[in-house]
Design a binder for this molecule. Structure first.
Ligand code: ADP
Ligand code: MG
Length: 401
C-alpha cells in the first residue's frame, strides 16, 4: 500500500484528503462523539507540517444527493479547527465556486474542509460512469490524494475509489494503522480469540458469522441479533428485533459451530420492555420465555456475568455492536459489562481488544472509558467487518502499487 512518503515533497502542493468525519449529532446539531474527528487529526497535521495545502473532504449522514443543511459539515469544521489548533477554512459546496475559490486561497500548511460530499449524487452513484464527472471535478481541485477514511474504504465511491485512479494516491496514517490492527485479527491471532457481536444492523452482521466461525474460538451474541438466534432454537421472541428470513441461516451457523468446536455463547436472560423507551415497564426474563407483548432491549444480568467470564481468558477480542439499547440507561448494563471485561483483560494480560462500530465506540466513551484502555478503537464498523469477512475492500485495493 502506498504511503504519504511515496508522494514525495508535498510543499506547496494541493493534497485532497478523504477523511471519515461522519460523527453522531444530537437533535440540536451538536456533535455527541468526536472520536472520528480526533482520529483524523494526525494525518492532517502531518500533511500541514510538510507544507501541503490540505483539502479535506468527507460525508456526514445520508443526505439524498443534494444539499440539506441538516447534514452540513460546518460544525465539524469548527471542531476540527479546535483539535488541530489552527484555523480550518470551510467551503459551502463540494466542487463548485466556493470550493474552487477556497482552494485558490490556500497557503502552504493551511487546511480547508469541503462541504458534505453526499450533497452531490455522483459521490455514491452505483456505476463508475455516473461517478466519473464528480470524481474528475474533485481531482481537479488537487495535485495528490490521501485516503484516510477507514470507515469508507469498503465503498466504491467517487471520493474513495475513483479519485485514487485520477491522482497520485496514498494511504494516510489512520488507514494504515487500522489495516495493521485488522491484519493482526485475521493472521494468526493470539488465542483464545473471542468475537462479540451485537447492535441493530442485524442482517449486515449475520453475514460475517460464516467467516468468523472459521477463525474465532468463541462467538458471543448480544444486541438485536440475539432474537434471530433464539428463534432459530425454537423460542418465542415477542416483539423483539427479528430477521425472520435469516432464521434458517442461523440454524446453519449453530450446526457449523457445533461441528467445528466453536463455542457460541447466547444470553440466558433478557431485559424485556413493553416499549422501546426508557420509561417503559421492563423486567428480566429467561431468554426462552420472552412474553409475546414485550421486546428484548438488553441482555440480562446473568448473561452479563456469563459474557464477562467468557472474555476473561481471551487473548484477542473483536467487539462490534452494543449488547442492548445502551443509549437508555435501563438497557445499558449488558454493554457496560462487555466494555468493562475488555478493559480488564487489556490491563491484566495485554489482550488485543478491538472495538469496531460507531455506536459501540460511542458506548464505551459514554461509560467514561478512555480510548487507551482498549487495544484499538476502530473508526470503521462496516469496513472492519468486511475486512474480517475476507472481502476485498475497493478503497484499499486501489491504493496497492
Ligand atoms: P455499531 O454502530 O457499533 O456497528 P449498530 O449500528 O449495528 O452498532 O447498532 C447500534 C444500535 O443498536 C444502538 O443504537 C442500540 O440502541 C441498538 N440496539 C442494541 N440492542 C438492541 C435491541 N435488543 N433492540 C433494539 N435495538 C438495539
Ligand atoms: Mg451504528
Amino acid at each position: 500500500m502506498k504511503t504519504i512518503a511515496d508522494l514525495g515533497d508535498l510543499r506547496g502542493r494541493r493534497v485532497l484528503v478523504r477523511s471519515d468525519l461522519n460523527v453522531p449529532l444530537d437533535d440540536a446539531g451538536a456533535i455527541t462523539d468526536d472520536g472520528r474527528v480526533r482520529a483524523s487529526v494526525p494525518t492532517l497535521q502531518e500533511l500541514s507540517s510538510q507544507g501541503a495545502r490540505v483539502i479535506v473532504c468527507a460525508h456526514l449522514g445520508r443526505p439524498k444527493g443534494k444539499p440539506d443543511q441538516k447534514y452540513s459539515l460546518q460544525p465539524v469544521a469548527t471542531r476540527l479547527a479546535e483539535l488541530l489548533g489552527q484555523p480550518v477554512a470551510f467551503a459551502t459546496d463540494t466542487v463548485g465556486e466556493s470550493a474552487r475559490a477556497a482552494v485558490g486561497a490556500l497557503e502552504d500548511g493551511q487546511v480547508l474542509l469541503l462541504e458534505n460530499l453526499r450533497f452531490n449524487a455522483g459521490e455514491t452513484a452505483p456505476t463508475a460512469e455516473e461517478r466519473r464527472e464528480f470524481a474528475e471535478q474533485l481531482a481537479g481541485l488537487a495535485d495528490a490524494f490521501v485516503s484516510d477514511g477507514f470507515g469508507v474504504v469498503h465503498r466504491e465511491q467517487a471520493s474513495v475509489f475513483d479519485i485514487a485512479r485520477l491522482l497520485p494516491a496514498a494511504a494516510g496514517g489512520l488507514v494504515r494503522t487500522e489495516v495493521e490492527v485488522m491484519k493482526r485479527l485475521t493472521e494468526d491471532p493470539a488465542r483464545p480469540y473471542a468475537v462479540v457481536l451485537g447492535g441493530a444492523k442485524v442482517s449486515d452482521k449475520l453475514g460475517v458469522i460464516d467467516n468468523l466461525l472459521a477463525k474465532a474460538d468463541r462467538l458471543l451474541i448480544g444486541g438485536g441479533m440475539v432474537f434471530t438466534f433464539l428463534r432459530a432454537q425454537g423460542h418465542e421472541v415477542g416483539r423483539s428485533l427479528l430477521e425472520e428470513d435469516q432464521v434458517e441461516a442461523v440454524r446453519g451457523y449453530l450446526r457449523t459451530a457445533e461441528e467445528t468446536g466453536v463455542e457460541i455463547v447466547l444470553p440466558t436472560d433478557i431485559v424485556a420492555a413493553t416499549e422501546f423507551s426508557a420509561e417503559a415497564d421492563h423486567d428480566v426474563v429467561p431468554a426462552d420465555e420472552i412474553p409475546p407483548d414485550r421486546l428484548g432491549l438488553d441482555i440480562g444480568p446473568d448473561s452479563a456475568r456469563l459474557f464477562a467470564e467468557k472474555l476473561a481468558d481471551a487473548r484477542t477480542v473483536f467487539w462490534n455492536g452494543p449488547m442492548g439499547a445502551f443509549e437508555m440507561e435501563p438497557y445499558a448494563a449488558g454493554t457496560r459489562a462487555v466494555a468493562r471485561a475488555l478493559v480488564d483483560i487489556t490491563a491484566a494480560h495485554d489482550a488485543l481488544t478491538v472495538v469496531g462500530g460507531g455506536d459501540s465506540a460511542a458506548a464505551v466513551r459514554q461509560f467514561g472509558h478512555s480510548d487507551d484502555e482498549f487495544g484499538h478503537i476502530s473508526t470503521g464498523g462496516g469496513a472492519s467487518l468486511e475486512f474480517l469477512e475476507g472481502a476485498t475492500l475497493p478503497g484499499l485495493e486501489v491504493l496497492e502499487d
